[in-house]
Design a protein around this ligand. Structure first.
Ligand code: FES
Length: 140
């Protein structure tokens, strides 16, 4: 069985509760969120028209696209408005205060039965942005 690879993306301390970061990893962009102390990684490119989900706001565990407000569950990428639509999610692990993301494409693995051999060599970050919940009662 192929070994699953996770890539270190940043320190937990650099992504406080309620913040997000956009990570460039090869030809991909990942939106990384710290929601209530738990980390989630989604494809940054909105499947509608490509707006950056990492700049969206979060409400009740759902990231809202900054352009046309399509919504995606942080936990599984599912769109609550349309069960047939979802965006890619990436497994996240925390180890010794650092955030690791599994960047291989799970769909590719399902087809080939092995981990992708293509791992991004260059990781870049944008400055984390503060997510402001619309519901003031909700804690981030
Ligand atoms: S680009 Fe995201 S909802 Fe339109």
């Amino acid at each position: 069985m192929a070994k699953v690879k996770y890539t270190k993306v940043m320190k937990c301390d650099d992504l406080g509760i309620g913040k997000s970061a956009i990570i460039s990893a090869g030809d991909r962009e990942i939106a990384l969120f710290n929601y209530k102390g738990k980390y989630y990684a989604l494809d940054n490119i909105c499947p509608h028209r490509g707006a950056p989900l990492g700049e969206g706001r979060i409400e009740e565990g759902v990231v809202i696209c900054p352009n046309h407000e399509w919504r995606f569950e942080l936990k599984d990428g599912q769109c609550p408005q349309n069960p047939e639509l979802k965006t890619e999610v990436y497994p996240v692990k925390i180890h010794e205060g650092k955030i690791y993301v599994r960047l291989e494409n799970p769909k590719t693995e399902a087809v080939t039965g092995s981990a992708s051999s293509v791992l991004p060599s260059d990781l870049k970050f944008t400055v984390p942005t503060i997510q402001k919940p619309r519901n003031p009662d909700e804690e981030l």
